[in-house]
Ligand binder design. Structure first.
Ligand SMILES: [Zn+2]
Length: 353
């Protein structure tokens, strides 16, 4: 091909791309790729490179969260391996086990474990719903998140400038019978996990007790930076969420696995809330990547979730709620709000990423 012909081909290609971009503009998928985004809540028990490759293709970086499922050291090893492959594609939030809670050395062991993790670059520490729903003291009483034995741990997190990341409690659906739940995905989850379906365990702490324990913990640690996972388990009521955020200025929430709950609320009220609290919301999915899963399936799942949810936040088109056939109108958030939710808030609430 002659040089002139080649230039012409390139030019035609470029113009076609421009035209296609203009046509697909309502999707704003061009913006999707233009914006460097952060998924602030992913889990990994996997050594392969595929999923962070997919993240790079979709212009996502990740916050990988270790969670106390009884395998904290193994999860930290997976994180180390990913760090060798992708030193700059993600940061991680560490965790600590509570299975030795009733041992006198638990506090010392925990503080040491956390300091080791901070030296390796952890930007935060995750606490999970086993606190408040499983863990019991020597007398058989439930240990809640405001238990004084956690105070030195939270003091250390604050002193080191790290963030406490809390999945405490559950969606309110958890305390309702299956047929009264508002969210399909909650119904599926509690059907599969009756051990966490609190409606079946009336002797366990109530929803209000869970929220009150978080509030009491935050009152005791007013300078601690806290990211409440899953909309801090207040996904069902925007007024309550607003009150919570107003009362605790050091708190942000991630949207992980609760976007379908939010889609069930009044669309204009959600939009208003997102604009009002635009500095306090972090985009996140809570997708788990594990050994044994087909890597291509996981990558497809990530890509679909990321692009579908982008469409919900960035356009006013009809979007299908995951797991149901219901359609809802997208929020069409302004570009500067999208940038905060998808990028700058994660940097602000997890300094060091
Ligand atoms: Zn999670």
């Amino acid at each position: 091909m002659s040089r002139a012909k080649r230039t012409l081909t390139t030019l035609v290609g470029f113009l076609t791309l421009l035209l296609v971009s203009a046509w697909t503009a309502p999707d704003r998928l061009t913006d999707f790729l233009a914006l460097e985004k952060i998924d602030a809540h992913l889990h990994i028990r996997y050594n392969g490179a595929e999923f962070l490759d997919q993240a790079a293709a979709d212009h996502f970086k990740a916050i990988l969260i270790v969670v106390d499922h009884g395998d904290v050291p193994e999860q930290l090893k997976f994180i180390d391996r990913q760090k060798q492959l992708f030193p700059d594609s993600f940061r991680f939030v560490t965790s600590f086990p509570v299975d030795r809670w009733n041992e006198p050395t638990w506090e010392q062991e925990t503080l040491k474990l956390l300091d080791d993790s901070f030296k390796k670059g952890a930007v935060g520490v995750k606490v999970w719903k086993n606190i408040g729903m499983e863990l019991r003291d020597k007398d058989g009483r439930f240990v809640m998140i405001d238990n004084p034995r956690f105070d030195p741990v939270f003091d250390l997190i604050e002193k080191r400038g790290k963030t406490l990341t809390g999945h405490i409690g559950e969606p309110r659906d958890c305390w309702l019978p299956l047929d009264k739940m508002v969210s399909e995905s909650n119904r599926r989850y509690y059907k599969a996990h009756p051990e966490y379906h609190m409606y079946l365990h009336p002797d366990f702490p109530t929803y209000d007790a869970q929220i009150a324990s978080v509030e009491h913990m935050l009152e005791k640690h007013p300078k601690l930076r806290y990211v409440g996972c899953h909309v801090a388990s207040i996904e069902w009521n925007l007024e309550k969420l607003a009150k919570f955020l107003d009362r605790f200025p050091n708190v942000a929430v991630d949207l992980a696995a609760r976007i379908d709950d939010l889609q069930l609320l009044d669309r204009d009220a959600v939009r208003e809330c997102f604009i009002k609290y635009q500095d306090r919301l972090l985009y996140a999915t809570d997708i788990e990547i594990e050994e044994g899963q087909n890597p291509q399936t996981v990558c497809n799942r990530l890509h679909t979730r990321w692009t579908d949810e982008w469409k919900y936040f960035s356009t006013d088109q009809a979007v299908t709620i995951s797991g149901t056939e219901k359609k809802v109108q997208g929020l069409a958030l302004p570009a500067d709000v999208l940038r905060k939710i998808y990028q700058t808030n994660a940097k602000k609430w997890y300094p060091g990423i």
